[in-house]
Every structure is written in structure tokens, then in C-alpha cells.
Design a protein around this ligand. Sequence first.
Ligand SMILES: Nc1ncnc2c1ncn2[C@@H]1O[C@H](COP(=O)(O)OP(=O)(O)O)[C@@H](O)[C@H]1O
Ligand SMILES: [Mg+2]
Length: 650
Amino acid sequence: MTFRAKLFWLFTFFVVLAVGLVATGVTITTRHAFDQMDNRHTEALVAQFQREYQRRGQEVALQVRGIADGEATIRMAIELSRPNADVSIYVNDAHGVANSHQLDFLDFVNNDGSIISSADWPSRFGYKLEWVAQPEDWASRGAFLTRVDTEAGPALGLLAVATLRVGDKNLYVVGGEKLGKEFLGTLALPEGLRAVLYRNLDPNFSAVDLIDANGPFEQAERLAPLVEKERQHPVEQMMAINWSADPASAESFHVLPLKGRNGELLGVLLVGSSQRERVGVERRIILLSVGVTVLGILLGALLSWWGATRVTQPVRKLVEGAKQIAAGNLNTWVAVTSRDEIGQLALAFNQMSEQLVAQRDRIVQSERVAAWRELARRLAHELKNPLFPLQITVENLRRAREHNPEQFDEVFRESTSTLLFEIENMKAIVGRFSDFAKMPPPVLSPVHLNDVVRNVMKLYEAQFSGVGRPPITTELHLDEALPVIQADPVLLQRAIENLVLNAMDAMPGGGMLALTTSHRDASVRLEVSDSGAGLTAEECHRLFTPYYTTKQHGTGLGLAIVQSVVSDHGGTIAVDSEAGVGTTFRIDLPVSHREHHESIPPPAPETDASADSSASGIDMENTTSGTDAETPASTTDDVGAGTPAPVEEK
Ligand SMILES: Nc1ncnc2c1ncn2[C@@H]1O[C@H](COP(=O)(O)OP(=O)(O)O)[C@@H](O)[C@H]1O
Ligand SMILES: [Mg+2]
């Protein structure tokens, strides 16, 4: 994941988290506030209902008492207290009295409980209302809820009873109001609240008994479970109902039992409060939260883009710079655009590349000096050998001319042949130097590295187990999936031959030689390992310097040639060695290599034109090419561009 993406996700995460937390908090608080408001409203409504209920009850009780205390009623009571009084003359009295007192129900009841006159149901004359005649202090009871049978069926009434006693006989005045939609209509309801009344007059739930201020309640069946629950367990409780799948349709009901004289459940008052407003507010909060989140995410994208640009752009430049340096382009600088950590990093990077350049220059210089020294030492050493006999011979010649003129001819013949021989020697030495200087550039063609390795091994096969020398066992671990590489097969073979020759030289007492090929990505690898004497760290460092040798007849050019070939192929060579254990040379070559010859020129001396030209008259037929030889004569020969015959040290 890129830094930009990380920044974006991090920001988004925090925005969503923060907005989510705030939204949840606000929603919970709002819900709580709404719940509290609902509760207050419902409680107020319930209280209002109860006040109204009580007020009506008192009114009813007062009216009934008033009727009982009325002159006509007292007269009726006196008449009725007489034995054999005619009750039938009062049959129609109740109707008028009820109308004038605006009562829905009014019955005059005789001492034995039988109805003398009924306002709402005249034909009930004579019917017995047992409960009225029961001994009870009606005056202190006040109004109460009860079931009233009317001509139209049972109803719920708020009744009061007044007793008029004349002699030993009672006349009861039973009157009251109907508890129905008119009653509900008188309740002042706040917005979002409604009151529903269930008149519990049937043993089973009956939809027609559920009414609100407008009459029968629509969708009464939906409320049946609530009513049923209240009937089972008549206490004040809260219940909720979802009218549709929309949560805004939810309505919570405060359910209140309405009980009669004996505690029986006669009605159920349901105060419903709509959740629409609450759900609406919650929805607005969610919508707002989503809006804020989207805005936050957009802001996050913008901010992370900006942040990433500020951070990643310079870092990317640094990465590019580091890649340039890794590719060898040490003169790489990055612009320092800020004073923060990134700017300091860029500054440090520039310092580093500056130091690298300086260091590289120092190394190149000191390596060059070391190479020249080695070369000078070697050249002096090699040229000293033939120079000495040259000087002696010339001196001899001079002496013979001065002191023995008679023998001069013979001495002259001998001396010139010695001179010629030594000059030949010097020519060979110079030839070697010039050959190394003239290493040809590689001519690339598709090459199977394994084939080249097999060729070399075949060439030296005889020598590994040659007569008179301890045998060298060989091992080939060739990766058959090795890709074909672009290389010069002749130069490559020379390089490998030199490594094999060195390995053989390092194992005079016999040993093991292993050649291994492998490949990785776009490069192939060849490892040449021996179990020979090995090298110290110091020796490893000097190994590739031209003319560095530890052998009596060595040229010191073998590894220099190998390195030159490898570098001309765009590859690298490394050495791993442990004194007494063995040495491994590791060559890595790119599969395809863009030809380049920009390698540092070898510190070989400028080739003297006279040294390698046949025009100088020096015969070069003694020089043999190592690779051309059927079987190399000596392992100390380095296989070079045109390897001269070994020079015996004198
Ligand atoms: N496989 C090896 N094991 C130990 N020493 C080695 C090996 N290869 C090279 N050397 C050391 O590196 C020196 C230089 O090798 P090279 O350049 O081939 O020149 P030469 O073989 O003529 O000495 C050798 O003289 C030897 O000391
Ligand atoms: Mg060698």
C-alpha cells in the first residue's frame, strides 16, 4: 500500500470513527430526550384523563344527589313508601329528569332493587338491579365505572347512586354518563398523542368496543394483542406497535386499566404517542452524519493527497537518487525543498553522494597507483634478468677487442648469439605486455555457458589425471535451464581456462575442482571452486592487479584478463577464499548485455610500436595462443589474447 493510500485510509478511519461516535451520541441523547418528552406527554395526558374522569365523576355524583334531593323525587319517595303504592305512574319520569340534568343514564330504583323508571330503556320497568339494593354507603362511594345495559346493548358508564330514605324504605337514584367517544373528545391532546378506549364488555376481544374520539377505531385488530395483554394482566404498562415496515410508523402506547367497583377490568385506556417525529430527527441526524462523513472522506482524500505529495514526492526523488547511485551514477543530487526531516534527509543524501564521489576518486586513484607500482615492479624485475647478460656480453666484447684482437672474431660470434637470445627474451616480455594491452572487445553472439564450461573441462581432462602428478577430481553442477546469453564464446572460454589453470596451480597435491552454473532473473552465474591452498584477505584484494603473481613462472595476467573479459561483458567477478580450505571464483553475467567499452583502461604501459610490430624485425613466432593449443603445456601459462611462452626466471 502506498503512503498516500495509507494516509487516506487512516484519515477516513478517523473521520468515520469521529462522526460515527458523534452521531451515535447525538442519536442516543435525542432518543432519550424524545423518550422523556413522550413520557411527560403521556403522563400529562393520563393525569388529564384522570382529572377529567374524577371531575365528571364528581359532577355525576352531584347531579344524582341533586335529583335525589329534588322535590319531585322526594314526593315520589314518600308515595312509594306507602304500602301498595302504585309504581307504574312514574314509568316516564326518568326520561325528562335525565334530559334536564343532561345525564345519559337515569334509573329510579325501588327499595327491592326493581326499576321504577329508566330514562334510556323505559321497557326495563320492573327489572331488578340487585346490586343497587345491596347494603352500601353510596354517598361516600361517589361515582364509579360500571357496565350498563342499554337498549342498544351494553355500555360503559360512569355512575353514581343516591339514596332517599322515607320510613324504612329506600328510593335509589342511579344516574351517570356514558364513557365513550364523546368523553375521549373532551380530552385536549398534544400533537402526536391520541387516546384509544377499549370497553371490556365481552368475554373475548371485540373490535367494535375499541373507540377513539372519532368513533370506532380503525385497524382495531392490530391493537388486539395489546388489549389482550392488558386483560390478562391489568396494570399500567408500556407497549409498542409498528403499524408498517417503516420505523417512523411506530407508536408506543401507555396502557392504563380502568376498573369497576369491585376491581373488575371494565376498560382499557391506550395513550399512543407517535414515534414519527423522533424517527424523523434520527433520520436527519444519520443523513447529516453521512453528509459529514462523505465531506470528511473528500477532505481526507484531499489532505492525504496533499500530505503524500509533501512527503512522498521528496521521498520518491530520494529513492530515484538512491537508484541512480546504485546504478553507479554517483554524481546524483536531490533538491532540498524544505527544512523539515525530509529536507534533512535530502541534505544527508547529498552529503553521502558527495562523500561517495570523493571516496570513489580516492579509491580509483590509490588503485591506479597500486597497479602502476605493481607494473613497474614487475617490469623492472622482468627486464633486469635479460639486461644483466646483455651488459656482461657487451663488456666482454669490448674487452676482447682491446686485449685479444686475435680471438675477437670467435668472441664476437658467441656474444652476438647471446645478445640475440637475450633480446629475444626481452621481446617476449614486451610482447606479453602489449598483448594484454590489446585485449580485443567481445564479439557477442548467443552462447550456452554450459557448453563453454564443458569445452574447457574436456580440454584439460588429460591434465587432471596426468601421469606423474596427484589426481584432481572434478565435479560439474550445470543448471540445464540456464538461459542463452549474449557473449563472446572465445573470450569467455579464455577466462574460464584461466580460472581452471589457477585452480590446478593451487592444488599441486591434488584435490577437487567444481564448476557450477546457475541462473537468477536476468543473469547467469558460474562458480569455479577448488580445494587448494586458498588466499588471505590481503591476497584476495590484490589478485586482479595486472602482473600480480605469487608463482615463480607466473605472469600475473590471468586474473587481470578474466576481469577484463567479465567487465567487457557487463558482468562482475568476486572471490571467496579461506586459507587452507579452498577458493571460489564467482562470475555473474547478464543474459543480454548492451555492448560498452567504458571500462577503466588497464594500467598497462603504452604499447611501444617497436615491441609488437614485425617491422622491428623481432620474430614473434615463439608466441602461442593458449586457446589454440591442443593441450596446454603448462598450467602456469595464463591464457590471454596472445599468450607468449613462459619466461624462465634466471
Ligand atoms: N585458485 C587460486 N587459489 C589460490 N591462489 C590463486 C588462485 N587463483 C589465483 N591465485 C593467486 O593469484 C595470483 C594471480 O593469478 P593470475 O593473475 O592468474 O597470475 P598467475 O597465475 O600468472 O600467477 C596467483 O599468482 C595466485 O597467487
Ligand atoms: Mg594464472
